[in-house]
Design a protein around this ligand. Structure first.
Ligand SMILES: Cc1cc2nc3c(=O)[nH]c(=O)nc-3n(C[C@H](O)[C@H](O)[C@H](O)COP(=O)(O)OP(=O)(O)OC[C@H]3O[C@@H](n4cnc5c(N)ncnc54)[C@H](O)[C@@H]3O)c2cc1C
Length: 157
C-alpha cells in the first residue's frame, strides 16, 4: 500500500485521512496549526448538515455521508451530528426545487405555503413558501479530531 500524505487537517483533510486509513493506507496528515485551531473553516459547533440542495448530485453525496457521520461517532466516541429537522424558506421557485430534489431522492419533505396559513395545514412561521424536512441538523465536524484524541483516529499519524 502506498503511503499517502494529506495536507491540511480541516474536516476535509481529516476525513480523507480517516477514510484512507480505514482502507489500509499508511497516512500522514500535515497541519500547519495545532489541533482544534480556529484559523480554518472547520472549527466551531454551528455547522449545518443538510440534504436539501438544488443539485441532485449534492443530495446524493449528503445522503451517502449521513451514515458515515454515525460511523465517525462510533469510532471516535464523540457526538458529531444532532438531527433536528429544518425549514428552508425563500422564493417559491427555489423552495420548490429543493422539495422536488428531496422527494426525487426518496427523502421526506413537505412544501408549506404561507397562503394556506390558518388552514388545517402546518404553519412554517414565514411569509414565504417553505420546505420542511425532518433530517437536517447541526454538526461539530472537528470534534472527533480534537486535541484530547491523538492520533485522531486509528491509522492516522
Ligand atoms: C462561518 C462558517 C459557517 C459555515 N457553515 C457551514 C454549514 O452550516 N454547513 C456546511 O456544510 N458548511 C459550512 N461552512 C463551510 C465548511 O465549514 C467548510 O466547507 C469546511 O469546513 C472546509 O473544510 P476544509 O477542510 O476544506 O478547510 P479548512 O477547515 O479551512 O481546513 C484547511 C486546513 O488546512 C490547513 N493548511 C492550510 N495550508 C496549509 C499548509 N500549507 N500546510 C499544512 N496545513 C495547511 C489549515 O490550517 C486548515 O486547518 C461554513 C464555513 C464557515 C467559515
Amino acid at each position: 500500500m502506498p503511503h499517502v500524505v494529506v495536507v491540511g487537517g480541516g474536516v476535509m483533510g481529516s476525513a480523507t485521512a480517516w477514510q484512507l486509513a480505514t482502507r489500509g493506507f499508511a497516512v500522514t496528515l500535515l497541519e500547519r496549526s495545532g489541533p482544534g485551531h480556529t484559523e480554518g473553516s472547520s472549527h466551531g459547533s454551528s455547522r449545518i448538515f443538510r440534504l436539501a440542495y438544488a443539485d441532485p448530485f449534492y443530495v446524493s453525496l449528503a445522503s451517502w455521508a449521513l451514515p458515515l457521520w454515525r460511523v465517525l461517532e462510533r469510532e471516535s466516541g464523540r457526538r458529531v451530528l444532532t438531527l433536528t429537522g429544518a425549514v428552508d424558506h425563500g422564493p417559491r421557485a427555489v423552495v420548490e426545487e429543493l422539495y422536488t430534489e428531496l422527494r426525487s431522492a426518496g427523502r421526506a419533505a413537505r412544501l408549506l405555503d404561507p397562503d394556506q396559513r390558518g388552514s388545517a395545514g402546518p404553519d412554517c412561521g414565514s411569509t414565504l413558501p417553505c420546505c420542511s424536512m425532518p433530517l437536517p441538523g447541526g454538526c461539530t465536524p472537528t470534534r472527533p479530531f480534537s486535541p484530547s484524541r491523538r492520533p485522531p483516529l486509528p491509522g492516522a499519524r
